[in-house]
Design a protein around this ligand. Structure first.
Ligand code: ADP
Length: 558
């Protein structure tokens, strides 16, 4: 028998009692806001009271379209600890995806950053939004908006008590939710129970994962809508660490200022952020000497980045791989003592790999013959993972569950109990258990850690009446790791000028998708290679254009 279920509330309770004076800092548009865990805990309780007064209770779903700031952090504890479920939505998604996601999740209340309200204004009258009872704008006043009913966050909390009679939430109660981009079909919902978050947080605290302690100053930089911001908010609270929230769209100048002024020791984000930061540091005098470790992942991390941050700035880069379905991180490229003592080349070679499985999870890599591949750093297979923070089903999505999650990847080798998640990532494993990702079994494009659906772009382009065939593949890119490259076959007899067609195709895409989805380059070809089964042969195309330099027209801040 144990005293209580595994749930999130004790993390906050501990921080409030043991670390009431430790600071939580949050960059806003024009200032830096700061308070401590004591005040934070009171505001979380007021939020829980406000939600209860708005008729939110156990089983209800509360969504957010927000960046990383203290108010969003308050929802990370306030919503799940009172028994409801926090559904974090990526504001970078195409509007059609946000519409689908809100409708599918049937969110009851929506928190939204002032800058992101336009997305919701455009969708609020749609059928998908029928479940939404209340909009809360993250600020201390309501900007001009058509959202209705709407209140600002500070007024929402204002009249409520700073203590709450927290319920004994069951560990199986859904506490969080994120949608993951589908390759072809709709985005799929991943629910996180109280227990999944508890076990993920405990694993995060181990030195083999991130080893966060109360001596750390943690800057949760991964957007809090991406796989629960890789769980940083919960783990930093559980450890009683000072936290620094970077606010909306921080650039390299904002980040270096926060690191320097607040003494940040640990932060995390996609490689693009660190590539930009290095470039910034070349021309600006900034002191980032407090920074000990950066967790980089979501997309492959170039070895040059790891090497330069180490050699030029004394910062250790921990390359991590993860997925929404795993709550977040599944492998980290830590060095065990013998490798840490090896020569620099060996160390960088290992650090550049996606890493070793974190404590609490198991993995196996299964080849085409259904057998587990040898750990020889060469044989490729699909990565399967299981463990207490790994989801075993998608929300209301039986077809995807059968297709993407499998109970038994390799006969009975998996042993008793627990389903394995088929990650779709194709990997090799070396003798020490370091996983290297070599490809994905789908053709979704990873632009700086954000996904672009090649299939949706193809459909948009093929809708043009002078296009007979179109395909899009991801090609390697220094800054974004991957960018979309489009191929078009024009319809027979079409006389349209190629430049005009290119522009019209781009306009079609921009009308429905974010600007950064637009292929940087669209090439006209006589035919698109096909596989034996008649599908576009994207592997051949990707291989042929592996060394092709696409000039991106994205500005650094986009
Ligand atoms: P997130 O929201 O964190 O990006 P997703 O679930 O959308 O998570 O994406 C997970 C996928 O991202 C993985 O299956 C893998 O293909 C890719 N990915 C994550 N981390 C890395 C990494 N370090 N290197 C290469 N690809 C990665």
């Amino acid at each position: 028998m144990v005293g209580t279920d595994q749930r999130i509330r004790p993390f906050l309770w501990r921080a409030e009692r043991l670390y009431p004076d430790v600071e939580i800092v949050s960059r806003t548009d024009d200032a830096v806001h700061r308070y401590d865990y004591g005040t934070y805990g009171n505001r979380v309780a007021r939020l829980a009271n406000a939600l209860a007064a708005a008729d939110i209770g156990p089983g209800d779903r509360v969504a957010s379209l927000c960046w990383n700031h203290h108010r969003h952090f308050e929802t990370y504890f306030g919503v799940p600890c009172m028994g409801a479920q926090l559904h974090t939505i990526n504001p970078n998604l195409p509007k059609s995806h946000v519409e689908y996601i809100v409708g599918d999740a049937e969110d009851d209340l929506l928190f939204v950053d002032p800058h992101e309200r336009e997305t919701l204004e455009a969708l609020a009258d749609s059928e998908a939004f029928e479940s939404v009872q209340q909009y809360v704008v993250m600020g201390d006043e309501v900007p001009e908006t058509s959202l209705d009913p709407v209140v600002d966050y500070e007024s929402f909390l204002a009249d409520h008590e700073p203590s709450y009679d927290w319920p004994d939430v069951d560990e199986d109660q859904p506490a969080g939710m994120c949608y993951t981009s589908g390759t072809t079909g709709k985005p799929k919902g991943v629910e996180y129970t109280q227990q999944m978050i508890w076990s993920y947080t405990m694993s995060t605290l181990t030195p083999q994962m991130l080893g966060i302690t109360d001596a750390d100053v943690v800057m949760p930089l991964v957007p809090m809508f991406h796989s629960t911001g890789w769980g940083f908010s919960w783990a930093a609270t559980a450890a009683g660490a000072k936290q620094v929230y970077p606010g909306p769209s921080p650039d390299s100048a904002d980040l270096t200022r926060l690191i320097e002024e607040e003494g940040v020791t640990l932060t995390a984000g996609v490689p693009t952020i660190w590539i930009d930061l290095l470039e910034y540091l070349e021309t600006h005098d900034a002191d980032i000497s407090s920074l000990e470790q950066i967790v980089a992942g979501g997309a492959p991390v170039p070895e040059s980045l790891i090497r330069r941050l180490d050699e030029e700035h004394g910062v250790e880069v921990l390359h991590a791989w993860g997925m929404t379905e795993l709550t977040a991180i599944g492998t980290v490229a830590h060095l065990p003592p013998d490798i840490a003592a090896a020569d620099a080349e060996t160390r960088y070679t290992k650090r550049q790999k996606q890493g070793r499985i974190v404590p609490g999870l198991e993995f196996q890599v299964v080849g085409e013959d259904g057998d587990e591949v040898p750990w020889d750093d060469a044989t490729v297979g699909e990565l399967y993972v299981r463990g207490p923070s790994v989801t075993t089903e998608y929300y209301r999505c039986p077809e995807a569950n059968a297709e993407d999650l499998t109970a038994d990847p390799g006969g009975d080798r998996g042993g008793e109990g627990g389903e394995w998640l088929a990650t779709g990532d194709l990997v090799t494993v070396d003798a020490e258990g370091y996983v290297t990702l070599v490809d994905r079994d789908n053709d979704i494009i990873n632009s700086g850690g954000e996904w672009i659906s090649s299939v949706e772009l193809e459909n948009a382009m093929m809708g043009h009446d002078t296009v007979s065939e179109a395909t899009v593949v991801g090609v390697p890119h220094d800054r974004y790791q991957e960018r979309p490259l489009g191929f078009v076959v024009t319809a027979e007899g079409a006389t349209i000028d190629p430049d005009v067609l290119r522009e019209e195709l781009r306009e079609r895409i921009r009308a429905d998708y974010p600007k950064w989805w637009t292929p940087d380059e669209i090439r006209f070809v006589d035919e698109i290679p096909r596989t034996a089964t008649g599908k576009f042969d994207k592997i051949t195309l990707r291989d042929a254009y592996r060394d092709h330099d696409v000039e991106t027209n994205l500005e650094p801040e986009e």
